[in-house]
Design a protein around this ligand. Sequence first.
Ligand code: ATP
Length: 214
Amino acid sequence: MAKRIGLLGGTFDPVHIGHMRSVLEVVDVLALDELRLMPCAQPLHRDKPQVSARQRFEMVHLAVEGIPLLVADARELTRDQPSYTIDILELIRTELAEDDQLFLLLGWDAFCVLPSWYRWQELLHYCHILVLQRQDVDNKLPDALCSLLATQSVNDPSAMTGPNGSIAFVWQTQLAVSATQIRQLLARGKSVRFLVPDAVLAYINAHGLYCALH
Ligand code: ATP
């Protein structure tokens, strides 16, 4: 029987309840067998994260502990340079059965700039793309993406068949929380309780992460 695997990459600096709620909803809607959260070692399009890749991974690991079907993926940790998504997908594919389904989760913002990604037109050779939709977005899509959607998109995310090749959108519960906001609160000495899982909060406190002097 083909497995259904989801993948959410990100900086996770730190992981928060927005990420967690989002992936739980995706697991549910797509009836996934596994969803992997994969912290990047070094993000491609942004500044160096405030804490190490190992610590960001450990927080993700704590966040998913005891939650069925969610997995923290450490494969990016040991890389000393940024990886392209296409390289990661290629690698994961070599570990899966031919008919296993792989779903790449992308926020709407990331989807809108997809044509700037390295070898973006090949992404669908390796996976399906699931775009996480939120109420507050109204970016205009580039023409290249409109053409892609015209041929590859399906209305019902649960109806994406085969191992790869389709794009679908899924509406998500809106939780207006971001890692940026959490880092800012901590830098001002404020509490982030209930914005991150309790185990992540305990880790942040134990290691003195994101505080003003860090
Ligand atoms: P930052 O504020 O540092 O930019 P972030 O909170 O956006 O970070 P990332 O680690 O960059 O977190 O995000 C990883 C993925 O999680 C992205 O695809 C992003 O769209 C998604 N994401 C971020 N915040 C939320 C949220 N509140 N609800 C649902 N998905 C989110």
